[in-house]
Design a protein around this ligand. Structure first.
Ligand code: NI
Length: 159
């Protein structure tokens, strides 16, 4: 395993639509391990492959309940709304208020090619939306709005 460089700001790899994974091989397994190690080292709750310059549809997420790896994730449905502060390891020092769905159903493969369905809520749902956006070259900054009056920042999450 190795800690990879996280690309930031106007790096081109953050604007690209990533390709689907077609081979569930050791290379993929190594990539996922490196992504997890890189995410934990940077104290983030999520990381997408394009953030380390790999234009493949792979994300890792850990919102405190253990590591979830998602290969070729597809959002099946979304429900509700939640607004909170959001950050990104590719935009250090920045954060902003973003409204996301409260609940998300997502299907994704693991490193072995086994398909799972996740019912994500709250921070996990936010992380799923944030990270899958990265796979389409979209970053959260485009979604930042003014927080509602009285909104208090209570800890920020780098995703
Ligand atoms: Ni991000």
């Amino acid at each position: 395993m190795a800690i990879r460089k996280i690309f930031t700001d106007d790096a081109e790899c953050l604007t690209k639509v990533c390709r689907e994974v077609t081979k569930f091989d050791k290379k993929l397994s190594d990539l996922i391990d490196d992504m997890a190690e890189t995410m934990y080292d940077a104290e983030g709750v999520g990381l997408a492959a394009p953030q380390i310059g790999i234009l493949r549809r792979v994300v890792v997420i850990d919102c405190g309940d253990g590591l979830v790896e998602m290969v070729n994730p597809v959002i099946i449905s979304t429900e509700g709304e939640q607004g909170d502060m959001e950050g990104c390891l590719s935009f250090p020092g920045k954060s902003g208020y973003v409204v996301r769905p409260e609940k998300v159903v997502v299907r994704a493969y693991d490193r072995h090619g086994v398909l799972y369905e996740y019912k994500a809520e709250g921070l996990f749902a936010r992380a799923v939306m944030h990270e899958t956006d990265h796979l389409d070259g979209k970053v959260y900054l485009r979604l930042v709005t003014e927080p509602p009056e009285g909104f208090k920042v209570n800890g920020e999450d780098d995703e």
